[in-house]
Design a protein around this ligand. Structure first.
Ligand SMILES: Nc1nc2c(ncn2[C@@H]2O[C@H](COP(=O)(O)OP(=O)(O)OP(=O)(O)O)[C@@H](O)[C@H]2O)c(=O)[nH]1
Ligand SMILES: [Mg+2]
Length: 422
């Protein structure tokens, strides 16, 4: 079976890490009697995070590895040590990835910028160590809290490519040839229809302004595409967000095609996809102008459609600069910032609507001082969650036996002691 190289819709099962359990430890140190609790908190479980990456152009990585699990947080330790946080699992996705709930279909968020981090499964919080449960009347607390479970979510990822311009045209109109000529993308070009089987993105570099913009080439559109004919309709979503549409019309008119009729068909199919696409700024390209009869057909085409197409020949390399200049005026590419952050260097934000399960179960309020409420059981007062059968707390160590040692007593206690001796 041929390996898939392009995937624009797939599912992801993401399981975040469980929080580490709190520790219940007591301070053990020579000459420090009744050291008190020193159990630290558990670490947070790892998140599963989608990271926008402009160098990735398909969801094929998720397709082949749809189950992602982040590591658990480490257990809290004695001497107030916090458990290690679980490492986040980062999944690089192309810009324009839309995340929705696999079961309900509800849209949860999308990744639009390079380096943007979208937390799709939140790691569980670590549990509190026994140090949090000490109070004046409860000086050797054995309580601690287990870590919270991480979120377990099933998501659907759909890619709606973030191209600035989209090439639309009949099969063999010359779309891929234009993409090859103006970018460094290398889509296959051949003299048969449906050479291009999936969308391909290319970047037009503009060194004089330190900027660039992206162009999408999609499979050819044919009459009746909206009813399922050909391949192109499904892939039209990759040009839906483009700022400019480039309608490529073949002026060589192989097989006796009529360029004006092709143009009208393309408009109809765009409208069937989304009427808003007709409002989008669009350029018309008269392709293959080097071939015989193209000039005459173009004259006819102009008259019939009232458009002013850009004449392009990839063979003679004419009209390409004009096409790029016209696109720049519509797309207005921004200069790239010099010190672009690498993927994963920025802070994370949870997807809106994601992680409600975990957030609903808010962390237990701090229990210190809660014991003053009358009529509550000790378990309620302390928020005790220790489970029977867990390692029993270590006994508090007595004072050291070293005869030469001086007791560690506060100055105030010493003053009291002297007062009572008198
Ligand atoms: N003479 C000439 N031939 C061209 C020109 N542009 C494209 N062609 C030829 O037209 C044929 C189809 O070109 P493609 O770029 O593959 O067309 P496409 O629109 O991407 O086709 P699909 O991917 O099938 O939709 C190829 O044989 C190209 O060599 C041109 O400007 N002049
Ligand atoms: Mg092509």
């Amino acid at each position: 079976m041929k390996a898939r190289t392009f995937v624009d819709s797939t599912v992801l099962h993401a399981v975040a890490g469980k929080g580490g359990d709190g520790s219940h430890s007591f301070r053990h140190e020579k000459f420090v009697p009744f050291g008190g609790p020193d159990g630290g908190d558990g670490g947070r479980g790892g998140h599963v995070v989608l990271v926008g990456d402009e160098d990735t152009d398909s969801l094929v990585g998720v397709f082949y590895e749809p189950d992602r699990r982040a590591p658990d947080g480490g257990q809290g330790l004695g001497r107030y040590r916090h458990g290690a946080n679980g490492a986040d699992v980062e999944i690089r996705v192309p810009l324009g990835t839309v995340v929705s709930d696999a079961e309900t279909g509800r849209e949860l968020g999308e990744v639009l910028e390079h380096g943007q981090r979208l937390v799709v499964a939140r790691g569980g919080d670590g549990g509190a160590g026994n140090v949090h449960f000490k109070s004046s009347t409860h000086q050797a607390p054995e309580e601690w809290k287990p870590g919270k479970p991480g979120e377990d979510v099933r998501l659907r990822l759909d890619l709606k490519s973030l191209a600035d311009a989209g090439l639309v045209g009949f099969p063999s109109a010359g779309k891929s040839s234009i993409l090859r000529a103006i970018t460094r993308a290398r889509p296959k070009v051949a003299a048969y229809p449906f050479t291009t089987l999936h969308p391909i993105l290319g970047t037009v570099m503009l060194p004089e302004t330190f900027s660039s913009f992206r162009v999408a080439d999609i499979p050819g559109i044919i009459e009746g595409a909206h009813e399922g004919a050909g391949l192109g309709f499904e892939f039209m979503r990759h040009i839906e967000r483009a700022k400019a549409l480039v309608l490529v019309v073949d002026m060589a008119a192989v097989d006796g095609r009529d360029p004006a009729e092709d143009y009208r068909t393309l408009l109809r199919e765009l409208e069937a996809r989304d009427p808003a696409l007709l409002e989008r700024p669009r350029l018309v390209v008269a392709a293959k102008m080097d071939l015989p009869g193209a000039k005459e057909r173009l004259r006819e085409f102009r008259k019939e459609t009232g458009t002013a197409p850009i004449e392009v020949s990839v063979e003679d390399r004419t009209g390409l600069d004009r096409l790029v200049a016209r696109l720049v005026r519509i797309v207005r590419p921004q200069p790239r910032t010099a010190g672009r952050l690498p993927v994963g260097a920025e802070g994370g934000a949870a997807a809106p609507g994601l992680g409600e399960a975990a957030r609903g179960a808010a962390p237990a309020p701090r229990r210190r001082g809660a014991g003053r409420g009358a009529g509550r059981s000790r378990a309620e007062k302390t928020g005790r969650e220790s489970e029977p059968g867990r390692t029993p707390p270590r006994p508090i160590e007595g004072r050291g036996e070293n005869p030469g040692a001086t007791d560690v007593v506060s100055a105030e206690t010493q003053r009291f002691a002297t007062f009572f001796k008198r």
